[in-house]
Design a protein around this ligand. Structure first.
Ligand code: AMP
Length: 540
């Protein structure tokens, strides 16, 4: 093999070293679980990360061993990302919104011996830990003053005490770039969750690609606030891309309501943020009712589920904030596509530009995409043909953690999403394959209907499900959560949809609900809705 260039493995420790050396005084601000706002810098964080790496060494962990976390977005969670990954172990982030039995299942499946958790998760850990035999180190991510005064658990270690006794001298090992550094389980609604094990290399490459101008465009002049949790696919990689770019990082901790987010954004001059549509909906509601404004926020990325066009329009027209639609998956680390305009769109009317930006976007460099029919044949990029979206790339999994069979088909990862791709390469998700509705042989996109319904001024949230029908096999039914105090009838809603979608797509019924069931990652739980309403059109 020719080796004319240096062989430097891509390691996550390089990111924190870079941030320290080149952006050492740039701040990291966290709203702590203890309630106050904590300030540090990339330099101080690097020092504490080395201390934590030393503390971890005393636990006698094997290379590649999993270190679990149940924690909000704070500086201590960030320290764990870099200390665990940097010294060749695997940070296994767990979503605390899952059921205790699911959390116990994951901890057992990942063989974690160490669990770091925020103090407010103690009641959850007390339920889970007795079911996890291998778990022998429980560390509360707080200082001595805020340690729980009593607990059902035998021994709890204190994070800050572990740090106090550890040296700040630590040389990051040079690791095989294919060694793992992170583990995140999918939020599948059926069956056991499956683990995506990220490597040092995939994590660094994902950070590079997602920081690019036509991706998330993160620079050292940005103030980045990941509202998306660090337990949801590594906060979409932002803790890594912010270090790579040297951006200021603002971590919102557990306070994710509109008021808390807005206050922190204004105090810290946040320019860029990221989260799922339900988060932005809560923020919009707060902004509208309070008549508040954004002084510094310029762009925010939205993904995890389809972003209603009405939300993109509201952020742009009312607040001058660019809502960037992005698509990704746990299995893709997660970023796959981002909706940004090309130069050919710049002179076009705003409404035409919006149509482009409503799509899930363009594959970012490193991700290769195609759509295929049921036989696996590639479909044209004409914006009309729809089929299963297949992806490949250096930050796409090739296998699930400890799973016997490979999910790949001919070297491509089948996403389970159904999409179109237009001649310019913009991908649009029609539906999750299992959410598509088949009525009398015609396919109906639930996302298209939801997007149209959300444009009604009285609608706060909308979900469309396919419900069994004696004649058509399945018909769409629309569930609507009205805005507080809004007046809306079934007939108003159906009239509103007339002419906006094909006649056969108009839902057979509208059900008004106070709220919709959500999954642990903030998506509408369609499986549950289908179960609840399965007899809606065919009463016994
Ligand atoms: P997760 O692994 O929990 O992040 O879920 C990944 C799935 O979320 C994808 O396969 C899509 O079905 C869905 N998803 C993510 N982003 C979007 C988006 N922008 N529009 C529609 N669906 C999305």
């Amino acid at each position: 093999m020719h080796k004319s260039m240096m062989q430097m493995p891509l390691n996550v420790s390089a990111l924190i070293q870079h941030a320290d050396r080149h952006h050492g005084n740039t701040e990291i601000v966290s709203r702590r679980v203890e309630g106050d706002v904590h300030r540090t810098t990339w330099r101080e964080l690097h020092t504490r990360t080395r201390q934590l790496a030393n503390a971890l060494t005393t636990l006698g962990l094997e290379p590649g061993e999993r270190v679990a976390t149940l924690a909000w977005n704070t500086h201590r969670h960030l320290e764990l990302y870099y200390a665990v990954g940097g010294c060749g172990k695997v940070v296994h982030t767990i979503n605390p919104r899952l059921l205790p039995e699911q959390i116990a299942w994951m901890l057992n499946h990942s063989d974690a011996r160490v669990l770091f958790f925020d103090a407010n998760f103690l009641p959850l850990v007390e339920v889970v830990a007795p079911h996890c035999e291998r778990l022998d180190h429980l560390v509360v991510m707080t200082d001595r003053t805020h340690m729980p005064s009593s607990s059902k658990l035998p021994t709890l270690a204190c994070y800050e005490e572990m740090m106090d006794t550890a040296s700040t001298q630590f040389d990051w090992p040079e690791l095989d770039e294919n060694a793992p550094c992170g583990l995140c389980y999918t939020s599948g609604t059926t069956g056991n969750p499956k683990g995506a094990l990220y490597s040092q290399r995939s994590t660094v490459l994902h950070a590079y690609a997602s920081a690019l101008p036509d991706a998330l465009c993160i620079s050292s002049r940005d103030v980045v606030m990941p509202v998306v949790p660090m337990f949801h696919v590594n906060a979409w990689g932002l803790p890594y891309s912010a270090a790579l770019a040297g951006a200021k990082l603002v971590l919102p901790g557990p306070a994710l309501d509109g008021k808390s987010l807005h206050t922190l954004m204004e105090q810290e001059c946040v320019t860029f943020s990221a989260g799922v549509p339900t988060i932005w909906q809560g923020l919009l509601h707060y902004m509208n009712t309070e008549g508040a404004r954004f002084a510094s926020l310029r762009r925010t990325v939205v993904g995890g589920s389809a972003c209603p066009p009405a939300m993109i329009r509201a952020f742009d027209e009312q607040y001058g904030v660019e809502l960037i639609h992005a698509w990704g998956m746990t299995e893709l680390s997660p970023l796959g596509a981002v909706g940004r305009l090309k130069s050919k769109h710049l002179g076009l009317h705003k409404d035409v530009q919006r149509k482009v930006l409503e799509k899930q976007g363009h594959a970012i460099f490193g991700i290769d995409m195609k759509i295929v029919d049921e036989a696996g044949a590639e479909l044209p990029w004409d914006g009309k043909a729809f089929g299963e979206l297949m992806v490949r790339g250096p930050w796409v999994i090739s296998e699930y953690f400890k799973h016997p069979s490979s999910p790949l088909r001919d070297g491509w990862f089948p996403t389970g999403d159904v999409a179109t791709i237009d001649a310019d390469g913009y991908m649009q998700i029609t539906d999750r394959a299992k959410d598509l509705i088949k009525s009398g042989g015609e396919w109906i996109s639930s996302i298209e209907l939801e997007n149209e319904a959300c444009a009604h001024a009285a609608v706060s949230m909308a979900a469309v499900i396919g419900v069994p029908h004696p004649k058509w096999d399945e018909r769409p039914v629309l569930l609507v959560v009205k805005k507080p105090g809004a007046d809306l009838t079934r007939e108003d809603m159906l009239d509103f949809l007339q002419g906006k979608v094909a006649k056969y797509c108009i839902p057979d019924d509208v059900i008004f609900a106070d709220s919709l069931p959500m999954t642990a990652t903030g998506k509408v739980h369609k499986l549950k809705l289908r179960e609840q309403h399965s007899a809606h059109l065919t009463p016994p």
